[in-house]
Design a protein around this ligand. Structure first.
Ligand code: GLY
Length: 382
């Protein structure tokens, strides 16, 4: 079995397959986990990130959110690395009356979907987060939307996969999937062909760069650029404890004092430039909610590429090529959806059967209107 892409999905599926007794070669063009999985903020926001048009995704995001405590604990127990699931919940802020009107409409939409939200009074908000700007127009608590440290998560998954016996090939871009007679027979990397009876394509926004795959089996993903930065708080006296969504920005405080500020959403291909305008907009929006950030040192700034799909939902399932499975397109929800994607994809590869929770998210939904959907091979066994 070969896996292309050592992000959280590739590493996690690889780990499960090795545990099940498969021999797994996992290839990454760079260092494992340093793509979107590293750039992410780690928010597990099945509630407040649900937007109109994404109602069909909610069952999947909620199911994955519910798996997170067990998944984090298992990783910690197996590897000794704690993905640091923080369970303070998420606050959504309205700073002005216009923001408040928008927040009321969002809350009404999310409550209609059964998402639990609670308006906070000024005193409770001040008790929970004393450093927020005074006089905030309104605030809502989403008590089930938490966060993990995605970089610790990646480090834990690398250890879990390799300690279980998985073979990790870093700085080893897969050039092509080798297909003969309509089925996968191997992968080509560094001009060498490695036989494989099954291949998982989990290369995020880069998934379409792999050669040899017919167009109808290539997931329609594109990079969605995000600029982000991290400030350094005093971990003994942090300015923030909850994840906070304020207009045009989110803030994610880590226990170690890092304060993640994100993120732009840009259609710029693989342009990895940090721009003055992008960073200025993030800092200005963050400062409007939490003025005390003015004194904090900037620790890091970076760009990540979310794997966007045409309907913003993931693409998980078999392809018209026998033995070729895809798991990508997670857009803004990669870390949240990691546990369910990992378990369902591993089950698909091991049994050849598509678990019901991922059936709505197959590649066949993008078959052109009026044309026949390509026949999906359910056969993907390792
Ligand atoms: N889920 C946060 C982001 O995509 O920026």
């Amino acid at each position: 079995m070969s896996i292309i892409g050592a992000g959280v999905v590739g590493l996690g599926v690889g780990w499960r397959l090795v545990q099940a007794g498969c021999a797994v070669d996992l290839f990454d063009a760079g260092t494992a986990g340093r793509g979107a999985s590293w750039a992410a903020a780690g928010m597990l926001a099945a509630g407040v990130e649900t937007e109109p048009g994404e109602e069909g995704l909610l069952a999947l995001t909620r199911a994955s959110q519910a798996m997170w405590p067990g998944f984090a604990e298992e990783l910690r127990a197996v590897t000794g690395i704690d993905p640091d699931l923080r369970e303070e919940g998420t606050l959504v802020l309205a700073l002005t009356r216009d923001d408040l009107a928008r927040l009321r409409a969002n809350v009404a939409f999310q409550e209609r979907l059964g998402i639990e939200l609670r308006w906070l009074g000024a005193r409770e908000l001040r008790e929970r987060e004393p450093f927020l700007r005074p006089g905030i127009a309104g605030a809502v608590l989403s008590p089930h939307d938490h966060q993990v440290d995605n970089r610790a998560l990646v480090t834990a998954l690398v250890r879990a996969f390799t300690a279980a016996g998985g073979r990790l090939h870093e700085a080893s871009p897969v050039e092509a999937v080798v297909i003969e007679g309509g089925r996968v027979t191997g992968v080509r990397a560094a001009e060498r062909c490695l036989p494989a009876d099954a291949v998982l394509l989990a290369a995020g926004a880069w998934s379409r760069r792999i050669q040899g795959i017919p167009p109808e089996a290539l997931p329609p993903v594109r990079p969605i650029k995000g600029q982000m930065l991290a400030l350094r708080m005093d971990p003994a006296a942090p300015l923030l404890r909850h994840v906070v969504w304020a207009p045009k920005v989110y803030l994610v405080p880590r226990r170690n004092g890092r304060l993640i500020v994100g993120a732009t959403v840009e259609e710029r291909g693989f342009d990895a430039t940090l721009t003055a305008g992008g960073v200025l907009a993030l800092l200005e929006s963050a400062w409007r909610a939490l003025p005390a950030i003015e004194e904090l040192p900037i620790e890091e700034m970076w760009v990540g590429f979310r794997p966007g799909s045409p309907d913003d939902a993931p693409i998980i399932g078999p392809t018209p090529v026998a033995g070729l499975t895809v798991a990508t397109g997670h857009h803004r929800n990669g870390i949240l959806l990691a546990p369910i994607t990992i378990e369902a994809t591993a089950r698909l590869v091991l049994t050849g059967e598509r678990p019901p929770e991922i059936r709505p998210f197959g590649l066949e939904r993008f078959a052109r209107h009026g044309s026949r959907a390509p026949a999906m091979s359910e056969e993907a066994s390792a």
